[in-house]
Write a new protein. Structure first.
Length: 279
């Protein structure tokens, strides 16, 4: 039997711009997936409910939404009248051109992927999307990679400023914030093999106490909690959408045996992996 894995959603092009309705978007509610690309979306009308990483959120009219690369995402429902515009940048594009993203970090406690815009701000976003759509449809030769790099960083910078106004983000101007961002990146890349904070401290060339203190000050959470959350989201997704034996899921997440995985999962979720899968 072919192994089933968590679907990895990326953009097949450097960037993609478009509009989607609730009817189409509800098709994505069948299973959790891991978003590899950077997604910015603006709700024109209607409502939606989705889980982003471990937080269930409601999206409504005039909400600006940002899905970070590496995020787990599950759509629960979109209203029939829901309509949104989106722009997606592939993982390779982000890796090459994310100047603004590398200068900013979001606090785990304060970061909200949803920013509600007032009517004036919403009007600016709609106008911008209309201009971009017109450029793509009428003069595609003007939509060069260099210009889209500017668009990407402009959108990300604008988003960060909107969040800052709403007291939801902080700019990473000091070493503590840089360490926090680097730690998050490492966790997303290695949670399936590095379960202990010491491995990340070694990779960052700092001591464990220094790393733990820095993460606590930057996010209000412990370094260990961030690792646990990443493992659990992956585990929950695989248990719900795949038919992989629990032993194989455990091995893939870096556990030496299924007993250790069962103990870890139950201590944090309250039920065994088998019970969670069958619920």
């Amino acid at each position: 039997m072919q192994s089933e894995k968590i679907p990895l959603i990326d953009c097949p092009f450097d960037y993609l711009f478009g509009e989607a309705s609730g009817k189409i978007l509800n098709e994505y509610g069948r299973f959790p997936c891991k978003i590899q690309c950077a997604v910015y979306a603006f709700m024109l009308k209607g409502t939606a409910h989705a889980t982003l990483n471990i937080t269930r959120s409601e999206f409504k009219e005039n909400d600006l939404i940002y899905v970070q690369p590496g995020s787990f995402f599950l759509v629960h429902d979109f209203s029939e009248d829901a309509q949104l515009v989106y722009i997606v940048f592939s993982s390779s594009f982000v890796e090459k051109h994310s100047y603004a993203m590398r200068r900013m970090t979001f606090s785990s406690q304060s970061f909200n992927p949803i920013v509600h815009l007032n009517s004036e701000q919403a009007g600016v976003v709609v106008h911008f999307s209309e201009l971009l759509e017109e450029a793509v449809n009428t003069t595609p030769s003007m939509v060069t990679t260099e210009r889209m790099v500017l668009v990407f960083n402009l959108i990300h910078q604008t988003y960060s400023e909107l969040c800052t106004t709403d007291a939801q983000t902080v700019f990473a101007q000091d070493r503590k914030s840089e360490i926090y961002q680097e730690y998050n990146d490492l966790v997303l890349a290695h949670y399936h093999e590095w379960h202990h904070v010491s491995a990340y401290a070694e990779a960052l060339h700092i001591t464990v106490p220094h790393l733990c203190s820095t993460i606590k000050q930057a996010s209000g959470r412990t370094a260990g909690d961030i690792i646990v959350d990443a493992i659990l989201m992956d585990a929950k997704a695989q248990l719900k959408i795949s038919t992989l034996p629990i032993k194989e899921i455990a091995n893939g997440l870096g556990f030496e045996n299924v007993a250790l995985f069962n103990r870890f999962f139950k201590s944090h979720v309250g039920v065994t992996p088998k019970a969670y899968r069958n619920d």
